[in-house]
Design a protein around this ligand. Structure first.
Ligand code: SME
Length: 157
């Protein structure tokens, strides 16, 4: 079943209304995205540490990774932050600036968690299939990332 972002966004808002904080909400979002689609082999969230200019892995579902911290500008994840853009990489083997998580991964989608000009981090999804991510996937993940950004912004105030 493809990712039903609308339903998940409602659930995340219900968690916010009930007083849950970003830690629980980020975990629920990542688990639900991973469960929604068999094409997603690894799903995680990195939060931007502005002072260190690094992405710090908050939580993930999938096999273990060496990339707990990624400098801004490094890898697909760090490049998305540097360029302030989402990245849909159809074939990771053609990427020069790529950090291997698992040798089985073929394609990767990075969606920024942002509110206006503030970037809080990103949702990172790997697939073992080539060119796994459609525009529909990207739009769905953007909807979820925007809801996470609302909570992260509220906690920073
Ligand atoms: N492939 C990413 C690193 C993150 S792992 O896949 C978990 C990159 O190139 O930045």
């Amino acid at each position: 079943m493809p990712l039903d972002a609308g339903q998940l966004v409602i659930e995340l808002q219900e968690m916010r209304d009930a007083g849950h904080l970003s830690d629980a909400i980020l975990r629920r979002a990542i688990r639900s995205i991973e469960e929604a689609d068999d094409r997603y082999s690894w799903v995680g969230v990195y939060l931007l540490n502005e002072a260190e200019q690094e992405l710090w892995l908050h939580n993930y579902v999938g096999s273990g990774t060496d990339h707990a911290k990624i400098p801004v500008g490094t890898g697909v994840c760090g490049r998305a932050i540097e360029q302030r853009t989402n990245l849909n990489i159809a074939d990771v083997t053609t990427e020069e600036n790529y950090l291997v998580c698992s040798p089985d991964v073929q394609s990767e989608l990075v969606v920024l968690i942002r509110a206006g000009s503030d970037i809080f981090g990103q949702i990172d999804i790997d697939s073992d299939e080539p060119a796994a991510f459609t525009e529909e996937d990207e739009i769905a993940v953007i909807g979820i990332a925007d809801k996470l950004a609302e909570q992260l912004a509220a906690e920073r105030r």
